[in-house]
Ligand binder design. Structure first.
Ligand SMILES: Nc1ncnc2c1ncn2[C@@H]1O[C@H](COP(=O)(O)OP(=O)(O)OP(=O)(O)O)[C@@H](O)[C@H]1O
Ligand SMILES: [Mg+2]
Length: 409
C-alpha cells in the first residue's frame, strides 16, 4: 500500500459500473463520483451486488471496470464471478469489495482474474488510488505532485511565492521541479529567473494532441540542475482566449515530467484557471490582509470546496503583512472570517523582494539567513509532508562565489 501522501494520478477516460450490497458502500462510492481524479471517468452505481451484475450483462456489453460488493457466501461469489467471466468483454476488469480480510479468498479471487480485492471499510480516496493504479498509474511510474499557487487578488505576490516555493522544493528535497507559468500575456517566471526562453507554455497549450513528453522537454528552460520553467510568452501579439480544457493535457503530462510541479495560476476566474486549481494536489492561496482579499479568498475557498471534497483545503499564505502606514485586517480576524489558519505569514519587505525581482534571483539567493527564506522552507516541508528536508549547508563563501560566478558567467 502506498504512502497516503503520494499523489494519485487521474483515472483515465474509462467506464465503471459498481454493484453495491450495502448502503454505506453506496455512500462511499458516491463520494468517489465527486473526486477530482475521477473527472474523466464515467461511473454508475447500482445496488444488488454480484447477482445484479450477472443480470445486467446477460445481453449488454461490459464496461471497462466492474465493481462488485460481496459480503455473503464465498462459494456463491466464486460462482457468480465465473458466470460474469463468461459475459465479460476482453479488457474488462473486475474489482471485488468484501468485508473479510482473508488472504485465501484474496488469492482465489486474483487467480480467477479479479484485479483487486478491497476490504470494507475503505475511504473514497483509497478507492480512487486503487482504480488509478489499476490503470497503469502505479508507483513504478512517476506521479508528480502538482501544487497550484494563485492570488486572492492581482499583484499580491502569488507568482513570487510560486517561484520561490518551487526553487526551495527543488533544492531542499533534491528533486526535479518544474514551474508552469500559466499567465500567458503577463507571466514573470522568465524575468524572475533571469531567462528569456523563445518557446514555452503557449506552444504547449496550442500544440493540443501533438503534445507529448518529448515535446514538453523541448519547451522547458533550465534554471538550475533541478529546476526548470515552462515560461509564458509574455507578449501581446495574439489574444489568449483559452478553452476550459486547454491545460488538461499539459497538466496530465506534467505529472510524468517531474516529481514536483508548481503551477503559477494568475488571479482570474475562468474555466481553465478553475480547472487547474481543482486538478492540483495542493492549492496555495496567497492573500494580502485587506478587505477585498478577504472576500475573494472566502469565495475561492467556497467555490473549490465541492470539487475537492476528498482533498486538503487550499493553504492560505498571507503576504505583504505589516506594510508601513497601511491599515490592515489582523491575521486573527482574517483567519476567523475564512475559517482557515494561514500556513505562512510573510512580511512586507520592499527592499528584499525588490532586489530579488530586479536581479532575477530568489529570496534564498539574496539572503539565505532571512526569515522569509526559512518560511519558504517550512512551506515546502508542509506541502510535501517531508520532515527529513535537507537544511542547506551554510557556506560562508557562497555569496562571494555566487557573485564571482555571475560576473564570469
Ligand atoms: N512580501 C513582499 N514584500 C514586498 N514586495 C513583495 C512581497 N511579495 C511580493 N512582492 C512584490 O510584489 C510585486 C508583485 O508580485 P507578483 O508578481 O508575484 O504578484 P502576483 O500576485 O503574481 O501578480 P499578478 O496578479 O500580476 O500575477 C513584485 O514586484 C514582488 O517583488
Ligand atoms: Mg503573477
Amino acid at each position: 500500500m502506498n504512502d497516503v501522501s503520494t499523489p494519485i494520478a487521474p483515472v483515465p477516460r474509462i467506464s465503471i459500473q459498481a454493484f453495491c450490497e450495502q448502503a454505506d458502500t453506496h455512500g462511499i462510492l458516491s463520494n468517489v463520483l465527486g473526486d477530482r481524479r475521477m473527472a474523466k471517468a464515467h461511473m454508475k452505481i447500482h445496488m444488488g451486488g454480484a447477482a445484479a451484475a450477472v443480470e445486467a450483462y446477460r445481453d449488454a456489453p461490459t464496461p471497462n471496470l466492474i465493481i462488485i460488493e460481496s459480503s455473503g457466501d464465498k462459494r456463491l461469489l466464486i460462482e457468480q464471478l465465473d458466470m460474469l467471466a463468461e459475459m465479460c468483454d476482453s479488457g474488462t476488469k473486475v474489482v471485488v469489495i468484501g468485508r473479510v480480510n482473508d488472504i485465501l479468498l484474496y488469492r482465489e479471487l486474483i487467480a480467477r482474474g479479479v484485479s483487486e480485492y478491497i476490504v470494507h471499510p475503505f475511504t473514497a480516496t483509497a478507492f480512487v488510488r486503487s482504480v488509478s493504479e489499476l490503470y497503469g498509474n502505479d508507483t513504478s511510474k512517476l506521479v508528480g505532485r502538482v501544487i497550484a499557487v494563485t492570488g486572492a487578488k492581482g499583484g499580491v505576490g502569488s507568482s513570487t511565492i510560486a517561484h520561490n516555493l518551487a526553487w526551495t522544493l527543488s533544492r531542499e528535497l533534491d528533486q526535479p521541479a518544474i514551474i508552469v507559468d500559466m499567465d500567458l500575456p503577463f507571466g514573470t517566471a522568465g524575468l524572475d529567473f533571469n531567462q528569456d526562453p523563445a518557446q514555452g507554455v503557449a506552444d504547449a497549450v496550442f500544440a493540443n494532441d501533438r503534445l507529448d513528453a518529448n515535446y514538453i522537454e523541448r519547451l522547458l528552460s533550465r534554471c538550475s540542475d533541478k529546476l526548470s520553467i515552462m515560461a509564458a510568452p509574455a507578449t501581446l501579439e495574439r489574444l489568449y482566449d483559452l478553452n476550459e480544457d486547454s491545460y488538461d493535457n499539459l497538466i496530465d503530462l506534467m505529472r510524468g515530467a517531474a516529481p514536483l510541479v508548481v503551477l503559477d495560476v494568475p488571479h482570474s476566474w475562468n474555466g481553465w484557471a478553475r480547472r487547474a486549481l481543482i486538478a492540483a494536489d495542493d492549492v496555495v492561496l496567497v492573500a494580502a490582509p485587506d478587505l477585498a482579499n478577504l472576500r475573494n479568498a472566502k469565495n475561492i475557498l467556497d467555490a473549490l470546496k465541492p470539487a475537492r471534497a476528498n482533498d486538503s483545503r487550499p493553504r492560505i499564505v498571507m503576504n505583504g503583512v505589516g506594510m508601513l502606514k497601511r491599515p490592515e485586517i489582523s491575521i486573527a480576524d482574517f483567519t476567523r472570517a475564512v475559517e482557515s489558519e494561514p500556513v505562512a505569514i510573510i512580511s512586507h519587505d520592499a527592499k528584499l523582494f525588490g532586489t530579488a525581482s530586479n536581479n532575477g534571483q530568489m529570496i534564498g539567493e539574496i539572503d539565505a539567513a532571512n526569515k522569509v527564506t526559512e518560511t519558504f522552507s517550512e512551506l515546502a516541508r508542509l506541502l510535501t509532508g517531508r520532515h527529513d528536508i535537507r537544511k542547506p549547508k551554510k557556506n560562508l563563501l557562497e555569496p562571494l562565489l555566487a557573485r564571482l560566478g555571475r560576473k564570469t558567467g
